[in-house]
Ligand binder design. Structure first.
Ligand code: ATR
Length: 280
């Protein structure tokens, strides 16, 4: 919903939010497509998220992104939740509809799948078993995305095994919980390995994982983007596996949100990639 003078406003609500790359991404597209609008940082304390989301319409916003720690708390604040976001259990995008109603979406699943397709245009979720490490919020979006795309077997390994079991129970087949200690053997026969844990992130311990069982044709994805090449991705690349870093998911999750607010699906250009990489 545009404001007066056809000026479209959007932003990102988070706490803290100062380091978000979203303004750089969306404002790049606003400039690239010659649009009239702006995407701003919206630092919102947890206890004020209700006031902030309900204020979007009055402030003339087309909508906003929702990031940590508000992705779950914002769900009951919108009028309608997209079924995919409902299954994921979190929203990262709010759209103010023409009638003023608020719709909640989750574009992380799209972002993840598209990042794999950008790296391997022929990629298919049903090409073979998948192993997913981690059972937090990002993992939920990725499990739903993979199941939606037809993955037949998803081996879910998490340090806290009860969380993996709970997710396997919630999502049902094809998700199967595998004990964290068995993560090395869980790489046998996989077509895809995904790290959603924070291990390997700048300032964190590396992920301890033997790649001995990993087939050479398997694609290895890490949703971390600082650093762009985690120790896991470096080890996978050195033994000849194709790899995908987390920048593609970050950039691609922004595209459907931009489309909902500004009316066109923006392109992920090498120039945009370079611009965001320079901020990492
Ligand atoms: P996100 O939203 O990025 O998914 P999260 O919900 O905090 O973040 O989830 C973090 C994930 O990294 C979890 O799967 C967590 O495992 P636990 O459920 O056992 O906490 C995993 N993780 C974080 N630190 C870890 C560590 N030192 N070893 C193994 N897994 C770790």
């Amino acid at each position: 919903m545009a404001t007066d003078n056809n000026y479209t406003l959007a932003g990102v609500m988070g706490w803290p939010v100062a380091h978000s790359r979203s303004p750089a991404i969306h404002n790049h597209w606003i400039r690239q497509y010659g649009l009239n609008g702006s995407y701003v940082l919206l630092p919102v304390q947890p206890e004020l998220i209700g006031d902030a989301v309900r204020g979007l319409r009055a402030l003339g916003f087309a909508g906003c992104n929702i990031t940590i720690p508000h992705k779950v708390a914002a769900m009951p604040l919108v009028d309608r939740i997209d079924p995919l976001a409902q299954r994921i259990g979190a929203i990262n995008t709010v759209v103010v509809e023409a009638d003023g109603a608020l719709s909640g979406y989750n574009t992380d699943a799209f972002g993840f799948i598209q990042s794999l397709l950008d790296a391997q245009p022929g990629w298919r979720a049903d090409a073979g078993p998948v192993t997913v490490l981690g059972a937090g919020g990002a993992s939920r979006a990725i499990l739903v995305a993979l199941a939606e795309r037809g993955a037949k077997e998803i081996r879910l390994c998490n340090r806290s095994g009860d969380k993996a079991l709970a997710l396997a129970q919630e999502f049902g087949a094809p998700v199967k919980a595998v004990p964290w200690e068995q993560r090395h053997e869980a790489l046998a026969d996989v077509a895809l390995l995904v790290n959603t844990t924070s291990l390997g992130m700048k300032g964190q311990d590396p992920l301890e994982l033997s790649l001995d069982h990993l087939p050479k044709h398997a694609l290895v994805s890490d949703i971390i983007y600082v650093p762009l090449e985690t120790p896991l991705l470096a080890a996978a690349r050195q033994r000849g596996n194709a790899t995908v870093n987390g920048l593609g998911m970050l950039l691609n999750q922004a595209r459907p949100a931009f489309q909902a607010w500004f009316g066109l699906m923006p392109a992920l250009t090498p120039e945009l990639r370079r611009m965001v990489e320079a901020t990492l």
